[in-house]
Design a protein around this ligand. Sequence first.
Ligand code: GLC
Length: 537
Amino acid sequence: MGVAAAADWWQNAVIYQVYLRSFRDFDGDGVGDLRGVRSQLDYLVDLGVDALWITPFYTSPMADGGYDVADYRDVDPSYGTLADFQELLADAHRRGLRVIVDVVPNHASSQHPWFVEALAESPGGEARGRFHFREGKGEHGELPPNNWPSIFGGPAWTRVIEQDGQPGQWYLHLFTPQQPDLNWENPQVRAEFEDILRFWLDLGVDGFRIDVANGMAKAPGYPDRVEGCLPEDRSLYLDRDDVHDIHRAWRRVLDTYGDDRIAVAEAWVPTHRLALYLRPDELHQAFNFPYIKAGWSERAIRQVIEDSLGGLGASSSWVLSNHDEVRPVTRFGGGASGLRRARAAALLMLALPGSAYIYQGDELGLPEVVDLPDDALQDPKWERSGHTDRGRDGCRVPLPWSGTTAPYGFGPAGSAATWLPQPDEWASLGAQLQAEDQESSLILYRRALQLRRTLNRHGDGFEWLDDKDTPPGQLSFRRGGGFVCTVNFGPHDITMERPGELLLASAPLRLGDNLFVLPADTAAWWQADNEGRGTEQ
Ligand code: GLC
């Protein structure tokens, strides 16, 4: 086997997000690592994904789970070595799995040598020019240069102590103070990142997930935000038109490696702005975050699907969750009904044209862990918000693989406590247990991914199956080759005309010859039969 070069492999790919700290711990220190991922590649092959995206594993003081990079060309010792990464990459490729890595260009770590150098230098020096250093306002420069807030709470500026021991300039950090924003007006920054891309491309990675791909460009002159503007108005420092020059330059780098290396944008922007990142000379993919935000609502989901299929100008990359969002089971109501909806939502997403990202543990139906003790919380949001926002740790709890006691096979027997505590509930959700249970979420995902490979041979065709009899609360659509997906968003069971042969359902259905009952919060996949049943509009 091995990955064959295929220019458009990503258009329909299912890409599995490995949140490295929490995937599998090979060395027993309580933190996931690269050898842990390597040891579970067969699990990913059995699941049926095409590629994995691994969250940052670079040298980092871990002020933000590794999204604070001190060395972009090396591996943090807690995750392994560069050789471990190369072995993982080779093993993945041997199994036909592609590997995408994260790149974090909006900000570096405050321990990055460039920032250390900048602090050691006087105001106005060359090293400071790689970041956003400014004089403060007020008589003694004691006020921040402007009123921009940090996305994690508090001001977006921190004042430094200069070499003479006195407070001096301020630097910009849209996230934590340990994540100084890089100045993308500086040609050294641009050149350095293109070189970093080449470093990983030369090692053989298949692409990049670009962290905060809508960051980087800041309003010239750093003007204040208008007092009273909406909190979500970040137009002075996010999603500015200038950012697209950077993506075009990166695309040129990627293209020199052939046409199968890709980049996917993390950009929390509305669909019509997302389309800009997907222009032919820019990025291949952009996460469809409006889809995450649509919740479990037939109308909202339908709207996002329509906007995306019509308005992106490229194929959509659907996402149900990631390491920053509340797990779907919990987002959709929690408990048995949350799980039911999350299973239905997975079948819906996997039936849509385009690619799909699966966040680790969603295939196990894991809920958000909502009761982590205060002193276990690690997300910087918790501290930065003055303990008002509990942050994102609840979706980052180490995975359960096997066994009935912690660490549930996450690490070897006798390993150190996991970096976040696992709940007792993990005992019944382990991958090994689910692999033997035909009703489990893991088996549902495996079947779906296997079937999806056949569907994708029928291209991108998509049409809603609506008519005057379409009951409210449901969505039905047909893809090429007579494939039909029906979803009931609840709250009532719906009796519908049977579209054909049942392929897969997220919960048991009652089937008659011509009719069937689609229970609340259930999705089903169908193959319309040869007589055309279900294919009439
Ligand atoms: C992205 C990452 C998130 C991180 C932030 C800052 O949104 O997904 O985890 O905290 O960027 O790098």
